[in-house]
Write a protein that binds this ligand. Sequence first.
Ligand code: SF4
Length: 366
Amino acid sequence: MSIEQRANVGLPEASLTEFGSSLAVRNDLQRLLAELVPVPGALPIKKILIPEPMGVCAGVEMAIDSLNEVVERFPEREIIGYHGIVHNPYVTNRFQERGVEFVDDVDKAPSNSIIVLSPHGSSPEVIRKAKEHDRTVIDAVCPLVEKVHHEVVRMVKEGRIIIHIAHAGHDEALGVQGYVPKDKYHRIETLEELEEVKKQYGPDTQAAVVTQTTLAQGSWESIAEAAKEYWTDTWTAPRKDICYATDNRQSAVEQLVLNGGIETVLVVTSEQSSNGKALVRKAREAGAESFLIQNPQDINLIEDLIRGKKIGITAGASTPAQQVAEIISYLDPSEGIEFLSGKVEEQKFSLPRELRDLIKEDDARS
Ligand code: SF4
């Protein structure tokens, strides 16, 4: 029976992110799973292991909460999300159902609308343009991405060239690029690309190496080392730019494969999510087969590979617990679901200052 033929009996409703810490995300997921009835025709498997931490991070939670707050408080205004707010159509679709429009070009946002910028960070030019035409701008940049913005601004002031290890075209890379003069910015992903940059500068050049916050572990270290070897005066962040959430989720999935005896890992995420794809890569490096799952239909493609098996399921930093539970409802594990204890995250980021000010004004009016 294909997934399309299985009627979804429905999940209990939950907000996209109800809580802050990873422990709370687990509680949220456990609560949803406790009420879950597998859909008729759910695929029989042996067992599901879920590593901790997994799913929504503090930066995504703050951005979703920001947009949610705007939708609830200002129903009379046109509300625009920039860059899908997070890299997950599951989340954007739900906001669209509530009237939010998404744009990739702030010029397309109507005059007098409220525009919420994404946690991936926006360039100063995008922020400036967004503020035109009486638009209200809420910049929901993640503080850990903002840290990289501050780093590059400081390093440019010191006269350094910026080597940014980041994925081409990623929203975060475009944001960081906007803080650096064109002739000082070099985005690379490989040692070969570094070689090309080296040809343009002598070894006495002052350099700084920064990275995208959501890179895969092991994908950037050798590039940073090679840069430092060539430019002896190279600055790197004392606390690496890869964020805690990216790091913790990758370490957890590695442990799941190495200690959980798991041969197949499903990663609930989207094709656009850099940290989600890094989880697939990590699980494979650890020795498991791993598949990116965006919706229940994707299970059809791997049905024969996982039928009757014990599998692992994790989720990217922009995947809410509800989406994971929805996928799990299409599986029927005879030995149930087990959570593997792991690192507990307690990060919580406050709402953007502009939004807190708007809320105060709104409260004062009512
Ligand atoms: S993945 Fe990391 S940098 Fe990106 S929003 Fe989450 S906490 Fe912030």
